[in-house]
Design a protein around this ligand. Structure first.
Ligand code: ZN
Length: 247
């Protein structure tokens, strides 16, 4: 199947509907493949690391229709595998993604216990969760309730005192050690890019540090909610918890 500039009909209509559901500007949804639809296809192909030719062949069509419509994303019961992150959590490289997907993880219910969590190497000496009018941090809206449950576990089990620094959550970047080339394949993005990972107590749990300080008890507060802990990896990243598996 091929659709390109000048194509018309029900397939073009379906293409335009899907692209606009995903937030792309296709111009009028009228079944006519015009320049704006072509521009949207080019942008989608670029974002999804497909061949960027403005022609909708089988590869582009499949990538497009494998992507869930934002409103149809189900409540997350289990952490998805990494290869599905773009489909489940959306494409953080798209305009408008931040507004649609980032949310506050409100920790005000545990404010007293967590008030002395500071920024680590990001900004020493500042309380990390204290903001003008609210208490918490920014993350992906789908994972905010999971983060809340993990912090609730830590407080309820008496480990709040072990939480010393917050070292970041949402941060679109490649994985440590990955190429910085823009042609890097999708699986080299850090899970921080979607706001589904958090770093805690980084100064005492450096990337690769084998004798890290993070305790099993604190890690279990996150594991019990579904988070994967970097301290369990053969090359440990004990500061790191992510709501996503490596499979
Ligand atoms: Zn991390």
């Amino acid at each position: 199947m091929f659709l390109s500039r000048g194509s018309q009909g029900s397939k073009v209509l379906a293409l335009q509907e899907k692209l606009s559901q995903l937030g792309y500007d296709v111009g009028p949804v009228d079944g006519v493949f015009g320049p704006r639809t072509e521009a949207a296809v080019l942008k989608f192909q670029q974002n999804r690391l497909l061949d960027v030719d403005g022609v909708v062949g089988n590869q582009t069509w499949q990538a497009l229709f494998d992507a869930p419509i934002p409103d149809m994303i189900p409540v997350l019961h289990d952490p998805p595998p990494e290869r599905l992150c773009f489909d489940i959590f959306g494409d953080f490289r798209l305009a408008g993604w931040n507004e649609q997907n980032l949310a506050r993880c409100d920790l005000s219910a545990w404010k007293e216990a967590l008030r002395d969590v500071y920024f680590g190497w990001l900004s020493p000496g500042n309380r990390a969760f204290v903001h003008e009018g609210w208490f918490g941090f920014i993350c992906h809206r789908l994972v905010a309730p999971k983060f809340q449950m993990a912090f609730r576990n830590a407080v309820a089990r008496g480990f709040a005192g072990q939480l010393k620094t917050f070292d970041g959550c949402y941060n679109p970047r490649l994985k440590r050690g990955s190429s910085t080339s823009l042609t890097a394949s999708g699986d080299t993005w850090s899970t921080h890019s979607w706001g589904i990972a958090i770093d805690l107590n980084a100064p005492w749990n450096a990337f690769g540090q084998k004798n890290f300080e993070m305790t099993q008890e604190l890690a279990q507060c996150f594991r019990d909610v579904g988070f994967v802990w970097g301290g369990d990896w053969s090359y440990p990243d004990a500061m790191h918890f992510q709501y996503c598996t490596m499979r």
